[in-house]
Design a protein around this ligand. Sequence first.
Ligand code: SAJ
Length: 404
Amino acid sequence: MKICVIGLGYIGLPTASMLAIKGFKVVGVDINKSRVEEIKNLTFKTVEKDLDTLVKGAINSGNLIVKTEPEKADVFIICVPTPIDENKRCDLSYLNKAIEDIKPFLNEDNLIIIESTVPPGTCEELYRKLNKKVFLAYCPERVLPGNLLKELVENDRIIGGINKESAEMAKKIYESFVKGGIYLTDIRTAEMVKLMENIYRDVNIALANEFAKICDELSINVWEAINLANKHPRVNILKPGPGVGGHCISIDPWFIVEKSKHAKLIKTAREINDNMPLYVVEKIKKLKPRNIAIFGVAYKGNVDDVRESPAIKIVDLLLKNYNVKCYDSYVKSFTYPLYSLEEAVKDADLIVILADHDEYKNFSEEDIKIIKKLVRRHIIFDTKNVINKDLWEKEGFKVYLLGD
Ligand code: SAJ
């Protein structure tokens, strides 16, 4: 069986590679020529564990070829981005283009699987517009960047079919590598389930962020309070932070806001999380710095992705009044220049941590001593509660936490 995977981003590439390893003939397609070249030549860079080995195995097996144009296949799996536009509505242009691109190759035995996150009703609408007899299923990706390959195999999957046969056909494909359960439903429910998962997380983080602000106001350490509240068997509050980034959780809840007038809590949660960068900047102002070293511009710990990262907004705002140097050894390129650790902290009178990279958790006494010599003032503001506070305090740093 031949499978054509459209979009070789963080979902499409591992999925295409996994299918190739499992013996399918796979054609991976991406409109970005340089992305295709770097995959073909195995020169793409990733911090995702074992992804390079998987892709290498797939390419070397001869089962995965990558190119910029689709071709005839039995199954088409679409993994293209669905961002939001300036009115915070789902931008389906990449998805529509992917469908247009495969249209000339479709015949009535073909199965199209969509993995991209979309507002409920989108797949039915696409099917109507396509106006061709094909099988269509929606199987939303669920993997967590940073733990991608493990979750690709182990997570349960939800498959919605435009009809029962479509869902059953898609199940056969995913069964080849998914060890978790595979649950079948209708296509609109599957679209809703995906959004509910990310909204649940966004609302929970908004609650944690609101708790952080309240605890700041009432002189309580939010981290300790959350930790203790979570000792209750039915409480699981997530962590506060400088905001919610990434191309999923900070975007997907808007797909429901655009569809339903009832999405009030969801909208408020989004606004709370979107305002966290401003709150962090207000806190920074109170520490009266001049030169600020930012540690961690990725949207979260141990990833190299900066899409929608709260750091972008925070640095934007800080640059109006302060000198700012960013350091992130995981990230290759950012909106603003990146410096080495030493360059970033030289003459800094404030260090601000915005991402919970393991590197910051694991700073040794030696590392802190080096930083201590280079900075002008010994103040660190940790918005993620990631550093070893005692160790920094031992070296004479004043440590501030968000929500404390
Ligand atoms: N964050 C917090 N506090 C927390 C957890 C996360 O502030 O306690 C922040 C992170 O720092 C980051 C943002 O939220 O800025 C999102 O990070 P994340 O780890 O919660 O999620 P993503 O965006 O990397 O991946 C999510 C996952 N969804 C769920 O866990 C429900 C993943 O399984 C999805 O596949 C992915 O979205 C997606 O592509 O939709």
